[in-house]
Design a protein around this ligand. Structure first.
Ligand code: SF4
Length: 229
């Protein structure tokens, strides 16, 4: 499988914020989100190296972290992710899978972190009609998101760019069943501390009113918008 980077850091988002973790970034994604913060691992991934699941496991072991986060790109695109998570589980590691929630692949996961893509993820036409159409056709699969929620311990992380994204988040949630509100995280779309602070002003009160969880992107506040963090 194509692996772009493996590094140790702290989880910056969601339920396990602050947990020391090894991050395994799988290369490749069929989406083309406007705000993607890892384009080098996404639609046009040319970085990294092809590694077997055993090679990835050896590198993760060397990092000596209690958690491992399998992220991307879109790790659920690749059937090797199944074998990788099985091997990581046998080591006793606490596994998070980060996914857009649109692909159903059997994996071993202690936390399936689903980031549904709203219309604010849609790229503009400059990317080309074909890429734009592929993004729109693939960015949401309610039935698969529901299956992931029903099958795993989960969290839903929504990226909000502006206040008019909030009704769309509500509409998405209304199409799902059995969603625990304290597993719904609302994150500002931001790559600087200043942007986080500006969007927090309307996003935090909304999350609190709805009994969701406001989720600043702590990795940006800790390290800035840098790779390998
Ligand atoms: S799903 Fe994630 S990795 Fe893929 S384009 Fe969107 S933000 Fe980037």
């Amino acid at each position: 499988m194509r692996i772009v980077e493996i590094f140790a850091s702290k989880q910056g988002e969601g339920l396990w914020t602050g947990e020391p973790s090894a991050f395994v970034r799988v290369g490749g994604c069929r989406l083309h989100c406007r705000y993607c913060d890892t384009p080098y691992a996404s639609w046009n991934c040319e970085e990294g190296e092809n590694l077997t699941a055993d090679q990835v496991v050896q590198r993760v072991i060397s990092l000596k972290q209690p958690h491992v986060v399998v992220t991307g790109g879109e790790p659920m695109l690749f059937r090797e992710t199944t074998e990788l998570t099985q091997k990581l589980e046998r080591l006793g590691l606490i596994i998070t899978i980060e996914t857009s929630g649109t692909i159903d692949l059997p994996v071993r996961s202690h936390l399936t972190s689903i980031s549904p893509k709203l219309s604010n993820s849609t790229p503009d036409i400059s990317v080309g009609e074909k890429i734009l159409c592929r993004h729109e056709q693939n960015r949401q699969r309610i039935s698969i998101t529901q299956k992931l929620i029903d099958s795993y311990s989960y969290q839903l992380k929504f990226v909000a760019d502006a206040e008019n994204d909030l009704p769309e988040i509500e509409f998405f949630l209304q199409q799902l069943s059995h969603v625990n509100k304290n597993r719904v995280f609302l994150m500002p779309q931001a790559i600087t501390a200043e942007e986080i602070s500006a969007k927090e002003k309307w996003l935090r009160p909304y999350a609190e009113e709805k009994k969701y969880v406001y989720c600043p992107r702590m990795q940006i506040l800790w390290y800035g918008n840098r790779r390998g963090t």
